[in-house]
Design a protein around this ligand. Structure first.
Ligand SMILES: [Fe+2]
Length: 337
């Protein structure tokens, strides 16, 4: 189990989300319908021989199989199969069919009601999944809109944010974090500098050295960003925390709160490495871009002081895997020559 997975288990259930199991192709739907009908027939044939209570109870649960399969197609099919299953269970059962007592009818109603719960539950889960998908889509669109607004003010930050987001997501994937976490981190990467929208142009695009007051204003952007993100993302804490703490340093000398080591949220430690690497390898008005190898040396030099060393290590391996830099073994060999 990856280190990140131990820290963050949210989103792991997404792998089994019901929206991954909705069949939309007509062939799959026919196949599903046929499977439901055949299994209903098979259980009914067994029902013909139900002569003991324990056997009957097993069959009651077996009938849930075809009902569930049919309900996966649609609510209507699920309800129809539940009613048919209830009738077949009653009228093909030799004990109930021959006796036809009042208790058999009560039994029929209870069991059919039990079967009807399945399609209704599946439909509720399906609606919930659709709503979650819609919310996710809305969040992506809002993120894009905010990034566009930031890009209008500052071309560099818009481009830079997209690259930071992609790097951050890859680090999260290498750490074995859940797809939900990776997605949140990607959005956090896109929005990490959104607070700069509230900083004066003269200060934001100043080519020369900044005054202490201007630095103070710049250092306020994670807090401004956090305030904006909180309103957009609601309870998506991962995104808000990543934005708020992306300028914290591993040795506790960062801002805005001076958090140290593992007290800095993992998402922010990841974002910090991706952010600084991209900033170093991009041309700015006040300095030229470093080559990827030079930037990696700088990341390694600052591992343990500015950055989480484990994340630096993982990121350097990703870059070496992309062929952007030498890997560490090659680096060592080259240095020993
Ligand atoms: Fe920033």
């Amino acid at each position: 189990m990856g280190r990140g997975q131990r820290l963050y288990s949210e989103g792991i259930a997404n792998k089994w989300a019901i929206n991954n199991l909705i069949f939309t192709s007509p062939a799959a739907r026919v196949l599903l319908r046929s499977a439901a009908a055949l299994s209903l027939l098979a259980v009914t044939m067994l029902n013909n021989h139900a002569r003991s209570l324990s056997y009957q109870i097993v069959l009651d649960f077996l009938y849930l199989g075809p009902v569930t399969v049919a309900a996966w197609n649609s609510l209507l099919e699920g309800l129809t199969f539940a009613l048919i299953a209830g009738c077949l269970r009653m009228f093909t059962n030799p004990l109930a069919f021959s006796a036809m007592r009042a208790s058999d009818y009560v039994d029929f109603l209870v069991v059919t009601g039990f079967y009807l719960i399945v399609p209704v539950t599946i439909e509720l889960l399906r609606r919930l999944a659709r709503q979650r998908q819609q919310l996710r889509r809305n969040l992506q669109l809002t993120t894009e809109a905010l990034l566009e607004a930031l890009q209008l003010r500052d071309q560099y930050t818009g481009r830079h944010s997209r690259q930071v987001a992609a790097y951050a997501r890859r680090i999260a994937a290498s750490l074995g974090l859940s797809p939900h976490f990776q997605e949140c981190l990607y959005l956090a990467g896109l929005l990490h500098d959104i607070g700069k929208i509230g900083i004066d142009d003269a200060c934001l695009n100043k080519p020369g050295a900044l005054t202490p007051e201007e630095w103070q204003a710049i250092r306020h952007h994670p807090v401004l960003g956090y305030k904006i993100i909180k309103k957009v993302t609601g309870n998506q804490q991962i995104i808000a925390r990543a934005v708020l703490y992306h300028h914290e340093r591993y040795d506790g000398r960062g801002y805005p709160r001076g958090l140290k080591g593992a007290t800095i949220p993992l998402e922010a430690r990841i974002l910090s490495v991706a952010d600084c690497f991209n900033a170093m390898t991009t041309d700015r008005v006040y300095r030229q871009a470093l080559a990827p190898d030079e930037a990696v040396k700088e990341l390694r030099r600052c591992a343990g002081s500015q950055f989480d060393p484990e994340i630096v290590d993982i990121f350097c391996r990703i870059l070496a895997g992309d062929g952007l830099t030498q890997n560490r073994e090659e680096e060592k060999e080259a240095n020993s020559l």
